[in-house]
Design a protein around this ligand. Structure first.
Ligand SMILES: [Zn+2]
Length: 160
């Protein structure tokens, strides 16, 4: 029980750090947050276009576990947050997002935002971490496969 309380406090603190300068009108509902369902998660720090896109993609993917929040943060804050979480972010340029499982937060490096397609591809991977409740890349990719398929199916020209 004690451990759980510590974890909650920890994620609160870090979430506030991460939110700090990206969103001035933050309303913090953490602590009494209801179980998330489709679309009840918050998207923070994104442009309206990015937010619409990431919500549409997550809706298409219908993940087994939804994030509580998706945060778009500048690169320096992304690296700092990873450091605070003691997460290993690979030195290469393959990692543009990561997920903090205890707080179900997906962090996206907005300075490495490449294209709409790659956003969906990597968000699928992060949702895979949540679905598998695992930090292992292989577990995440396994779950992501189905989500990526749903994305591809939704994009097919004959789908409309
Ligand atoms: Zn991963």
């Amino acid at each position: 029980m004690k451990l759980r309380i510590c974890t909650t406090l920890f994620s609160l603190t870090v979430a506030q750090l991460a939110w700090g300068q990206t969103n001035g009108k933050l309303v913090n509902t953490e602590g009494n947050a209801p179980e998330p369902s489709a679309n009840s998660y918050t998207v923070i720090g994104a442009t309206p276009k990015q937010e619409a896109l990431v919500r549409a993609q997550i809706q298409v993917m219908q993940p087994d576990v939804y994030p509580l929040r998706v945060l778009f943060v500048p690169h320096w804050k992304y690296m700092e947050t990873a450091r605070i979480f003691r997460l290993h972010v690979p030195a290469g340029y393959t990692s543009a997002m990561f997920t903090h499982l205890p707080s179900r937060s997906v962090f996206i490096d907005s300075d490495r935002y490449v294209s709409d397609d790659s956003l969906g591809y990597w968000v699928a991977h992060e949702l895979g971490h949540l679905a598998a409740n695992s930090t292992r890349e292989s577990d995440a990719d396994k779950a992501a496969g189905e989500y990526r398929k749903r994305l591809r199916d939704a994009r097919k020209p004959d789908a409309h």
